[in-house]
Design a protein around this ligand. Structure first.
Ligand code: ADP
Ligand code: MG
Length: 701
């Protein structure tokens, strides 16, 4: 088939006028024949099977049952009435229920005649009930039985209100198959089809819309999911290959004096095996002649900073400069002070550049960067300004990646004639499943081990009613010389109320922990940055014992003496946020605690989140649970990845298929990187069309 045919605007399909075309575009984003073809059903009603009432489960599933109505009655309820029919088969009895159209039902229903009813069953007490069932007399049902599995398409209220019902969509797709003669081009090679026992694309499309059986439906789904994920992986792997081959990097070919000197004389502790491995991976990367673009994942407290420093030393040993960027001024300062301390009496120059650095000092920094006098620049976004030019930037490290956008990262690339090596560090563990598809074109290093001697943080869940006990516990910890965080949620929508909660909380804590014995800091988003920094500094220096804050403290702050994290209204936080917050404690030698405070009203998801936090400290474990609870849509970075635009595959549920798609894409590119072989031409053609139409999105660079 001429592929352009699928580009035909929907308005040219029989049954679609300008009005319908507009509604389909606005509501479902469908513009062309091809778009409609790829509007896959959300689910199917299986009308091939009949359930017995005695077999019903409380699963909320749609089922089809064969039986008779033996009795009808009207039941009064608070608002209006409901009509209840007793429906029986040879295994039991259930209710059919109507809240509207009573008159019509009463007049048309036939008692004691075989009916086929279809709908969702719920269980109330011991009795099953089906509200507003579809129903047909058995003899009518048998006469009209054509397709056995009825597809249910995505819909919106507007769509059905404007008459574009599920039936209409089904009709339109039928029309599409008629007009295209269902002659859809294959996109996968013969050998893939054979090896994976895939059905052809044309068969798959037919059976996804008009399944002939459960089995063919399953094969159609598998084939289409595989194909979709396969082409996403092709795109990712291609991007990576292009970067490796075309984008020349700065070869750091020596491990020199500074690295070795630091390693032998300044390293304050033995590196963990994970740290050693990661440094080696990075060193190999930077030693090759390709540019490095690497994501370093490591849970909070896993020791990413020292890894960054040692990589920066490698750059300096090769006569390049390095920079380290952090998302906030507080963090940049902490990094700066940390580096100064670690590098004490080594001949390495470090400067800090943030928004609050004075003009004159700033000018000096600019000059020293350009002359090459300065080896390491630590800073915030200020580093990205055009005025900041390096003599020869070799490595840029970005801490806490998610606060920096893609555009900002690409600015770094342009700071040199050849792009510097880039190391992005994140403490937000990305589940392996997701990382593979999301960052498939980045290299990934993982620090999966905490430094030895760390005591696992003890996490407990307490109800608000136990607050006094919690206060007593805090008092004891403070007496031992520890510091405490108390964190309140601040969520945009309910900002005013959240703010009040925070202030109320602050007041009750101030009452319980009075001056002069106790000093309390408070930090929230409505404060001026200077005031925030001032309060933060007091806590960092140990002048205050309690830090009452909103989530502004989430990222990276390091106060090793703080050993208690109290999270108020913990049920309102997401898992990754809870984990990030907990990571603020457990940084020193002392036993640390995290107390999750909640009310008694908890949703089942909230319960799962709290239980997960109490059960484990492992960020990857937590990230996997998070992914299952929320789906990939809400997770970091997915917005940019195009994975949300998957039409049929689900990267969580279809993870096995994803792995296989990645494997076969790799194999293919290995034997035929340019897809020049005859047998691969179909793939090449399909790929070219996809890329041209930007179906697959640009991924992060
Ligand atoms: P993060 O990965 O969260 O950025 P940091 O780099 O801030 O973690 O390290 C957390 C703490 O652990 C720091 O105080 C650091 O000095 C210490 N640390 C890092 N690596 C080791 C190690 N191998 N052995 C002992 N302590 C370490
Ligand atoms: Mg850090």
């Amino acid at each position: 088939m001429n592929p352009n045919f699928l580009q035909t605007p929907l308005v040219y399909l029989k049954g679609v006028g300008p009005n319908r075309a507009e509604t389909l575009k606005v509501e479902l984003g469908l513009e062309t024949f091809g778009d409609l073809l790829q509007l896959y059903p959300n689910r199917y009603l299986d009308k091939t099977q009949y359930y017995k009432i005695g077999q019903l489960k409380d699963s909320g599933a749609d089922v089809q049952i064969l039986g008779k109505i033996v009795h009808l009655k009207t039941v009064e309820q608070k608002r209006g009435k409901r009509l209840v029919a007793s429906f029986v088969d040879d295994t039991g009895q259930m209710d059919l229920v109507w809240f509207r159209s009573h008159k019509w039902i009463r007049e048309n229903i036939k008692l004691n005649e075989p009916y086929v009813v279809f709908g969702r069953v719920n269980k109330y007490g011991s009795i099953f009930s089906m509200p507003h069932p579809e129903m047909e007399l058995l003899k009518v049902h048998q006469a009209g039985l054509k397709i056995s599995m009825q597809p249910i398409y995505p819909s919106t209220e507007k769509l059905s209100n404007s008459g574009i019902t599920n039936k209409v969509i089904s009709k339109l797709i039928q029309q599409l198959f008629i007009e295209t003669k269902a002659d859809f081009d294959e996109t996968l090679s013969q050998s893939l089809l054979e090896e994976l026992k895939l059905i052809s694309r044309a068969d798959a499309l037919l059976n996804i819309h008009f399944p002939k059986s459960q089995e063919l439906l399953a094969r159609a789904q598998f084939r289409l999911k595989f194909e979709e994920l396969f082409f996403v992986q092709m795109q990712l792997l291609n991007k990576k290959a292009i970067r490796k081959h075309k984008i020349k990097g700065l070869p750091f070919d020596q491990v020199g004096e500074k690295f070795n000197f630091f390693f032998t004389n300044h390293l304050p502790f033995e590196l963990t095996n994970a740290q050693k491995r990661v440094i080696k991976e990075i060193r190999n990367d930077m030693g090759s002649s390709a540019q490095m673009n690497r994501l370093l994942q490591g849970d909070v407290g896993s020791g990413k900073t020292i890894v960054a420093l040692m990589c920066m030393l490698l750059a300096i040993d090769n006569d390049y400069q390095a920079c380290l960027m952090a998302p906030t001024e507080i963090l940049a300062n902490q990094h700066y002070n940390g580096l100064k301390e670690l590098l004490a009496d080594m001949d390495i120059t470090v400067a800090i550049l943030t928004g609050s650095v004075k003009k004159s000092a700033r000018r000096t920094i600019h000059e020293q960067l350009e002359s090459g006098e300065l080896n390491i620049l630590v800073g915030t976004h200020a580093v990205l300004e055009d005025k900041v030019q390096f003599k020869n930037l070799g490595l840029a490290v970005i801490d806490e990646q998610h606060r920096f956008g893609v555009a900002q990262r690409s600015k770094l690339w342009r700071k040199n004639s050849l792009p510097p090596h880039i190391l992005v560090m994140t403490a937000t563990p990305i589940p392996r499943t997701l990382a593979m598809s999301l960052y498939g074109d980045l290299d990934i290093s993982v620090i999966d081990e905490l430094p030895p001697g760390r005591k696992a943080i003890k996490t407990v869940h307490r109800y608000d009613a136990n607050r006094l006990k919690v206060f007593r516990f805090i008092k004891d910890e403070i007496k031992k010389g520890r510091q405490v965080y108390v964190v309140y949620p601040l969520i945009q929508e309910s900002e005013a109320m959240d703010y009040k909660d925070l202030m109320d909380g602050y007041e009750s804590i101030a009452r319980e922990f009075p001056l002069p014995d106790f000093q309390i800091s408070i930090v929230h988003g409505q404060m001026k940055p200077q005031d925030k920094d001032y309060e933060m500094e007091r806590f960092v220096k140990g002048e205050t014992q309690i830090m009452v804050a909103t989530t502004v403290i989430e990222v990276g702050v390091n106060v090793p003496n703080a050993s208690v994290m109290i999270i108020e209204s913990a049920e309102r936080f997401g898992l990754s946020q809870l984990h990030q917050l907990r990571g603020r404690v457990g940084r020193g030698a002392e036993q640390s605690f995290c107390i999750l405070m909640t009310s008694h009203k908890l949703s089942s998801d909230a319960k799962t989140r709290l239980e997960t936090m109490v059960r484990t400290n492992d960020g990857f474990d937590i990230a996997e649970v998070d992914l299952k609870l929320r789906g990939p849509g809400d997770l970091l970075g997915t917005q940019q990845s195009g994975l949300l635009n998957l039409k049929i595959a689900d990267i969580v549920k279809d993870n096995q298929i994803l792995k296989s798609a990645r494997y076969y894409a790799m194999q293919l590119l290995k034997v035929d990187p340019k897809l020049e072989k005859n047998e691969h031409l179909v793939i090449r053609k399909a790929y070219a069309t996809l890329v041209k139409d930007k179906v697959i999105w640009g991924y992060i660079s």
